[in-house]
Write a protein that binds this ligand. Sequence first.
Ligand SMILES: Nc1ncnc2c1ncn2[C@@H]1O[C@H](COP(=O)(O)OP(=O)(O)OP(=O)(O)O)[C@@H](O)[C@H]1O
Ligand SMILES: [Mg+2]
Length: 268
Amino acid sequence: MNQPPRIALTHVSKRFASPHGKQPGQQVLSDVSLALQEGEFVCLLGASGCGKSTILNLLAGFEQPDQGQLLINGQPITGPGPDRGMVFQQPTLFPWLSVLDNVTFGPRMAGQTRQQYLAQAERQLRQVGLQDYADHFPWQLSGGMRQRAALARAWLPNPDILLMDEPFGALDAQTRLAMQELLTQIWQNTGTTLLFVTHDVDEALFLADRVLIMSSQPGRIREELHVPFERPRNIEDLVAEPAYGQLKRRILHVVREEAAKSLQTETS
Ligand SMILES: Nc1ncnc2c1ncn2[C@@H]1O[C@H](COP(=O)(O)OP(=O)(O)OP(=O)(O)O)[C@@H](O)[C@H]1O
Ligand SMILES: [Mg+2]
C-alpha cells in the first residue's frame, strides 16, 4: 500500500472574523491544496499577508480551517503535538533561562528527568555548535546563536515535521548563509519533513526541493516549481547555473505580480 503524504491539505479555506464582528471578516485562504512527502523540503513564498503563517498555524494545530481537510500521515490534525515543531522569525527564547534550560523546556514541562533528556540535549547542542554555551543566557548570544538554540530546541523531540516561519529573516547575509548550510545538514541527517516560509528567493532556491508560490487575497497556491539542483549545494556554483537565473526570474515575476495585486486591493 502507498504511504500517505506526510502533510496533506485539501481544499482548505480560512476566514478570520472582523475585529468588530459586524463585517463578514477576511477570507485569508481559499481552496488551498498541497502535499509534502516524507523527508521533503518545501519553501512557501508569497506577498506579505497572503496567508503563509496561517497555513503553518493550521498545520501546527493552533487554528482550525473553515473548510477542507488537513492530514498528517493520513490522520486529521486535532491540535498541537510533539510530532510537529515550529520555529519563528524571532528565536522566542526565555531570557531568564540558560541555553540548556531553553532547549530542554518542552521535556522538562512534560515531566522528564534530567537523566532522560540530557544526552539528547547535548547531542542537539553539538549539532548546532553550541556545546560550549549551554550555561549562557540568551542575552549573552549573537542573533545567529539564538536562532541556533531555537533550532536545537525544535529538533530535541525528534519531530517528523518542522514548520519554519521566516526563521532567518532577521539575520545578516553571512549568518543567514551559515544557518542555511547548517539547516540543510541537519535536515539531511534527520530526514525531517520541512515546510519553510521565506521572502527570500535565493534562500528558497538554495534550500528547497520544491517552491510553492502563493497568490494574494485570498491566498491560494498559484505556482509550483521543482528545484532541480543536486545536493550538497554550494551557493557559488548554484548562482553560476543558467537554470538558477531562470528559476529566480520566474519566481520574482510571480511574487512581484502578486505583491502589486495585494497593494491595489489594500488601496482601493
Ligand atoms: N488570528 C488572526 N485573527 C485575525 N486575522 C488574522 C489572524 N491571523 C492572521 N490574520 C490575517 O490574515 C492575513 C494573513 O496573515 P498571515 O500572517 O498568514 O500572512 P503572511 O503571509 O504570513 O504574511 P507575512 O509575510 O507578512 O508574514 C492577514 O491579513 C492577517 O491580518
Ligand atoms: Mg507570516
